[in-house]
Ligand binder design. Structure first.
Ligand code: ACO
Length: 327
């Protein structure tokens, strides 16, 4: 069996920034409420770029960072809740855009845990030797599926993409990964596609293809599952939090991360947070955060990090990684 390491990262977010103040002109909210309840100050909102456009820009950055040519990639996985189209997969659009002519390309749908799921799947292909070099991307244009009249949800989300290049070899980078789903809780976070309307089915007049969420249920689930996922991956690998340089949680809400820190009696500075500038970018958030850490040179080869996600499905997952990029 091969080992797998991350050899490059990239990210991209639309240039247009929407502040909490701008949101308060759309719905009955305020900067004070949003900051105190979520930690979010602003988010990037697309002015027309679609998910594959964002994903392509993040992918090109990651290829450059890894010093790898597009034709050397043989697997592309895009995780997204907001794909461009039903068909083709956003991963195929990215493949066409970057010229990764030798890749198999497909999408995964695991909401905010999507990047961890994509990582988990890619690792299996690389470990077995079936593929050699994977491009995995979390990309979202959530602004197209947000109900801009619903103050419970529209204040939370932002658009963006993050990417990583993985390579099979002898050096151990990904120490451990696990992911799981709890479909019995699916109703807590939904975004329908199209209604069933045909000769036999009349369809539903109130049908809306926008995100709806039971915020309190998701909040409770998130705090519990992040804390238990971190504990589990540490225990399974005989590590403690002292061995970990950074924990990168899905960037949904600063209060969720604060409660996890308290529950684990952890050092808050170990938990990387950039949600104040991006909002919740779902499948992209962990990848964007990891790329920011890489760009800011916060990590050096040998550092251990934990990525941990949760989201619609409901889904969750965590990965323990030894950083192998030397800058
Ligand atoms: N501005 C001002 N007031 C608001 C707003 C707003 N944007 N939204 C709600 N309120 C009001 C409510 O109407 C309510 O008022 P009331 O007491 O008069 O009825 C009060 O604020 C409290 O609202 P709650 O919804 O009960 O607030 P809660 O403490 O649950 O916080 C929040 C809401 C921030 C959304 C929280 O539930 C949360 O962060 N949940 C997790 C959400 C999350 O992480 N989702 C992403 C999941 S990942 C994925 O897969 C996409």
């Amino acid at each position: 069996m091969n080992e797998v390491q991350i050899i490059g990262t990239g990210s991209y977010a639309p240039l247009n920034i929407m502040t909490n103040h701008q949101l308060s002109e759309l719905v009955d909210t305020s900067d004070e409420w949003i900051v105190s309840m979520t930690g979010i100050k602003e988010r990037h909102i697309s002015q027309g770029e679609n998910t594959s456009d964002l994903a392509t820009k993040a992918a090109l950055e990651a290829l450059k960072d890894a010093n790898v040519k597009a034709e050397d990639i043989d697997l592309i996985i895009v995780a997204s809740t907001s794909p461009d189209q039903f068909v083709p997969a956003t991963a195929c659009l990215v493949q066409g855009n970057i010229g990764a002519v030798n890749a198999m390309a497909f999408d995964v749908s695991a909401a905010c845990t999507g990047f961890i799921f994509a990582l988990n799947i890619a690792i299996q292909f690389l470990k077995t030797g079936e593929r050699t070099r994977a491009l995995i991307i979390g990309a979202e244009v959530l602004s197209k599926i947000v109900d801009w009249t619903d103050r419970n949800t529209c204040i939370l989300f932002g658009d963006g993409a993050g990417a990583a290049i993985l390579e099979a070899g002898t050096k151990k980078g990904i120490i451990s990964i696990n992911s799981a789903s709890q479909g019995q809780k699916a109703r807590f976070l939904t975004c329908p596609t199209v209604d069933v309307k045909n000769t036999f089915a009349k369809g539903n007049k109130d049908f809306k293809s926008t995100i709806s969420m039971d915020g309190k249920e998701i909040f409770k689930f998130a705090v519990k599952i992040i804390a238990s996922s971190i504990n589990r991956i540490l225990k399974e690998n005989n590590y403690t939090l002292d061995d970990i340089k950074y924990v990168v949680c899905h960037q949904a809400n600063a209060r969720i991360i604060d409660l996890v820190v308290r529950r684990l009696k952890a050092d808050k500075n170990k938990f990387f947070v950039n949600l104040e500038r991006y909002g919740n970018t779902s499948a992209a958030s962990i990848a964007i955060a990891m790329d920011e850490m890489n760009k800011k040179k916060l990590l050096k080869a040998g550092d251990k990090i934990i990525l941990v996600g949760f989201g619609g499905g409901l889904t969750y997952g965590a990965s323990l990684i030894e950083w192998t990029i030397n800058k």
